[in-house]
Design a protein around this ligand. Sequence first.
Ligand SMILES: Cc1ncc(COP(=O)(O)O)c(C=O)c1O
Length: 462
Amino acid sequence: MIPNKSDWQQLATYLNEFGQISTEFLTGVAQRPVQSAVQTMPHQSLPDTGFDLDGALSKLRETVIPNLSASAGPRYWGFVTGGATPVATLGDWLVSTFDQNLSKGSDSIATDVERQTLQWLNELFYLPDTFKGTLTTGATAANFLATITARQFVGLQQGIDVAKDGVFGLDLKVFSATPHASMIKSLGMAGLGQRQYQSIATLPNSEAMDVAALEAALECSQAKGKIVIASAATVTATDFDDLQAIRKVCDKHQAWLHVDAAFGIFERLLNGTNGKTKGIEQADSITLDAHKWLNVPYECGMFLTRHRQQLFDSCDVPAPYLVSSGDEPDFMSLGIENSRRFRALPIWLSLQAYGREGIAHWVAKNIEMAKQLASHLEQSVNYELMHPCQLNVVLFRPNCEGLTDAQADQKTQACLDNINNGGRLLLSPGKWQGHKIIRAALSNWQTDEQDIEIAKAALAAV
Ligand SMILES: Cc1ncc(COP(=O)(O)O)c(C=O)c1O
């Protein structure tokens, strides 16, 4: 098939196919197995002449669509998975229709939509407008931007412009209690080295940082530059670090404070600025995620910092054909990619359609449903609740009474495999206090009482 300009005259055909596929998939997502049984593509050679639209779509229908997971559905509780609301999904469809490039702001209003979206996100989370930043592909990319912005800041403290001269001679240490794995990955990618991370003790029966231990570590450290990474919330126990206390300690030691609040920031929609994220507004940088609890399609995260200049210095694109387009820095000079999709649109449309109230509604519902599931497990003779449910994550394992630790871990893994193979739920493994556990994270806007009943039945069957 050779593409032709006149193909767009067949737009109705394309939309018709699109409508059918999307309707079937989205209306059936709650019924399809959450985890697909087939995950390997059949061998097929590269098509030379192509099969035309019909042929290509029938391949898609035969081999791909039946074997997709229901990650957009209400019982995909692995990782921290948001799904996508109808409005955000529509927004994402339109991103492809409009196919804008938000590298610079000189040819379209789209770049300013991203600026407005970032400003609205500040407002949504009650953050001061001193926070500036960019949309990213996810929280990992945001954590990487945090690392290189902090690296630039710490370099300047030591008279080194890292963006220009590199990390040679840079003397720094990174301190954290329970960083997300993507934070550690970022240290390697940023050339700081994963071994520059010093683990700080946690409070008893918690993943939250022991601030006194942090203070002692900073005091003992000979490093000239210090970066502290705090969590709001941790991915397993959903613990929040005491950000106010950590800020004070950081100030005393001129340390950069980054807060990974990928999903924990949404707690702010329920409890405002005096809840568990109190003090986050004093961070130097913050990671947020939109494809988690904001329920927009992948890939969408956010990076915010009070030091945009250091972000800009780390990412600026100095090419004559890319000269900056205005007073505000171009997004290509505030992040990893030069060419960037219009990923602001699904968020912008969601904020317009649902407002703060709509988003807070599904966040509260997820927490309520997680607590219902936790209380069911607590009363069950077949399962053990491993930690009280504090937010949207439930930690449990099968009843392991009388088993050795090794046997308990083995039983837990087998139980998890059985649950996931059953296709009604998808859960992740995890570790809590040295024990293998099963982790259910509820962040999909659709999850309701019916799903909790299905989950109870699936757990009972195992
Ligand atoms: C606290 C935290 N930070 C970072 C990440 C990485 O997010 P992403 O998959 O969007 O890169 C996650 C993912 O679960 C997370 O929970």
